[in-house]
Design a binder for this molecule. Structure first.
Ligand SMILES: Nc1ncnc2c1ncn2[C@@H]1O[C@H](COP(=O)(O)OP(=O)(O)OP(=O)(O)O)[C@@H](O)[C@H]1O
Ligand SMILES: [Mg+2]
Length: 246
């Protein structure tokens, strides 16, 4: 896909949980090669939005197109194929505590690669993914033996192992100290460059946003309220926007 082409298109997405109308005609486009940040208050629907994009949650109405395919039209096997192309870094990392780092990284391969492919390439893929995040030495460790920043890196390595075209990051630096947060942000930039991936990043960490974003969408009142570069939004005088940058 050429840089600049739309990779994800969300049109008038609505999602309610009972009376709680979270997303209200939310629309956006994400273009190939972009690092797009979604900024919004806690509970505004950021995680719900990216879960809708990989169909972990079904929207109530609207359209979502990912890599040229309308996700509502896909049978389960096509949806699985698409999910292999769209990496998701969970807010909670979602590492398996009872598995070693190696086993955690092999896990997505079991689902998406044949036995022959795994015999052939899994070892090299695990090693490269760990090298990408600078944690080769942790291959036989358990998640409990890792720091928060290291767990985040391992979760990123597990996402990278399938060479996703799109990576969705849910608050990648939240809960980390500022230095580790910057290291993770730099790593996201490095990964983006190496694999020419497109990223959607949910974050309210201004340091991270400033470092990585090409563009920011502000999710306010369930809508794509305004979008722009960090610099332009930083100068925006609308009180609803301004409070994020004060
Ligand atoms: N499975 C669910 N069932 C019911 N309500 C849900 C569910 N998932 C999310 N919600 C509600 O949807 C709203 C948006 O949740 P979401 O997790 O997307 O917020 P967020 O913007 O990611 O917040 P945070 O910054 O705290 O992570 C919240 O009011 C939440 O309670
Ligand atoms: Mg969230």
């Amino acid at each position: 896909m050429e840089n600049g082409e739309p990779v994800i298109v969300v049109e008038k997405l609505n999602k309610s949980f009972g009376p709680n109308h979270v997303l209200k005609d939310f629309s956006m486009e994400v273009n190939s090669g972009e690092n797009l940040v979604i900024l919004g208050k806690s509970g505004s629907g950021k995680s719900v939005l990216i879960k809708c994009i990989i169909k972990l949650i079904d929207g109530d109405s609207g359209n979502i197109n990912v890599l040229g395919q309308n996700i509502d039209d896909l049978e389960q096997d096509k949806l699985d194929e698409l999910r292999a192309k769209v990496g998701f870094l969970f807010q909670s990392n979602a590492l398996y505590d009872s598995m070693t780092v190696r086993e955690n990284l092999e896990f997505p391969l079991r689902r998406h690669w044949s036995k022959e492919e795994r015999a052939d390439k899994a070892e090299a893929a695990v090693i490269e993914a760990l090298e990408d995040v600078g944690l080769s030495h942790t291959i036989n460790m358990m998640p409990a033996e890792l720091s928060g920043g290291m767990r985040k890196r391992i979760a990123l390595a597990r996402t990278l192992i399938l060479r996703p075209k799109v990576i969705l990051y849910d608050e990648p630096t939240t809960g980390l100290d500022p230095i580790t947060g910057r290291e993770i942000s730099q790593l996201m930039l490095d990964v983006q460059k190496k694999y020419n991936a497109t990223s959607i990043v949910i974050s309210h960490d201004l340091n991270c946003i400033k470092m990585i974003s090409n563009r920011i969408i502000m999710l306010i009142d369930g809508k794509n309220y305004v979008s722009g570069t960090f610099e332009s939004l930083h100068l925006n005088t609308d009180p609803k926007v301004k409070e994020f940058f004060d």
